[in-house]
Design a protein around this ligand. Structure first.
Ligand SMILES: [Mn+2]
Length: 349
């Protein structure tokens, strides 16, 4: 349920500090110039990053629904196709392969660098106005108008704040997309970014009509055989490095071929590798697909994964980040292990 009475306490009250009080809750409101863009313009093109995840797709579609409900013209585009389950999300008709004419406003979502828009970067930069909505720690921004809050669990949370600030209704469609964004980005409420705001927003989304069971079934509760076979091969060949502190998996071209799998089938394998308590850092190398390079995923709660990834031209979050590289696996692995040996704190184990 939404609180429409603006005179009441803010949606995210700041608790008093003192003994026994909970810590003050963080809240960064959407900037006025961003809201002005949504109010004054008529056509919008919304972009998510390449290999879009639930947050990229969910937040783009949620914002798309809000703008469409306001009578605006909206298209959504991704440089590479989203995972199969995205067709269960409301708003498929907004998604276009190749945006035609430039919109009034282009918005990038969940995207820490415009290079992640790949071949759509041109279309993005052609729009007379652009804005970025993101929660990555990176600060390389290419638009004057941006709403970047690294403390937000997911971009879906930021869309909810925008919706609230603009006094637009949380419909079942918007609630479904926002719930999808937050649930997937928090690993279904297991990761460190699962905070009170994320849970509160998700509760509102369920009250508005989001079907939590259906969303879980469509994503984490539903894995194609190709994914399972690919994961089996990756897990069977895990290797330990740096006295066992790094657990590293590889999915090679042969693995993809043997499993009948594509890149999207490798999603989530890293989250199984990170389950091993023996390692401080979990790593997955995904083989190059045609016209592509090796993709590397990092997970750790001991070192800052985003810092590691940035050394290799990538980015992400403290506990989950990634980068890509061109060249032989052995070289990439050696450079990464050198960097990790530098960064891992001393231990007496
Ligand atoms: Mn995200």
């Amino acid at each position: 349920m939404r609180n429409n009475d603006k005179s009441q306490t803010p949606k995210n009250p700041t608790p008093k500090s003192g003994n026994g009080d909970p810590p003050a809750e963080h809240y960064m409101p959407p900037p006025a110039p961003l809201l002005a863009l949504f109010q004054t313009h008529a056509s919008f093109l919304l972009f998510g990053h390449e290999n879009p995840d639930g947050d990229a797709v969910g937040s783009a579609l949620a914002l798309g629904h809000m703008l469409r409900d306001m009578g605006k013209q909206v298209s959504v585009a991704f440089p590479t196709p989203p995972p199969d389950w995205w067709t269960h999300m409301p708003g498929a008709d907004m998604v276009t392969q190749q945006p035609s004419q430039p919109p009034d406003v282009a918005v990038s979502l969940d995207c820490d660098d415009i290079s992640r828009l790949d071949h759509l970067t041109e279309a993005y930069l052609q729009a007379p106005h652009c804005a970025e909505i993101d929660h990555h720690t990176n600060t390389r921004r290419s638009c004057e108008v941006f709403y970047v809050d690294p403390q937000a669990s997911a971009v879906g949370v930021l869309i909810h704040r925008i919706l609230t600030a603009m006094d637009q209704p949380l419909t079942a469609q918007i609630g479904t997309c926002i719930y999808w964004a937050i649930a997937t980005d928090t690993g279904f409420f297991r990761f460190a970014n699962t905070n009170a705001e994320a849970l509160r927003v998700c509760a509102e989304c369920v009250a508005a009509g989001a079907d939590a069971r259906r969303i879980a079934r469509a994503t984490v509760g539903n894995r194609p055989l190709a994914h399972l076979v690919l994961k089996g091969r990756a897990l069977a060949n895990l290797k330990q490095y740096l006295d066992g502190r790094v657990l590293l998996g590889v999915v090679s071209m042969q693995d993809f071929a043997a499993a009948g799998a594509n890149r999207t089938h490798a999603e989530g394998i890293i989250d199984d590798i990170r389950l091993a308590p023996e390692a401080d850092v979990s790593v997955l190398f995904k083989a190059p697909s045609p016209n592509n390079c090796w993709q590397v995923s990092l997970r750790s709660s001991v070192i800052d994964c985003a810092e590691v990834a940035r050394r290799f031209g990538g980015g992400g979050h403290a506990e989950a980040a990634g980068f890509s590289f061109d060249g032989p696996l052995a070289d990439g692995r050696r450079h990464l292990l050198d960097a990790l040996a530098d960064l891992l704190p001393e231990t007496d184990r």
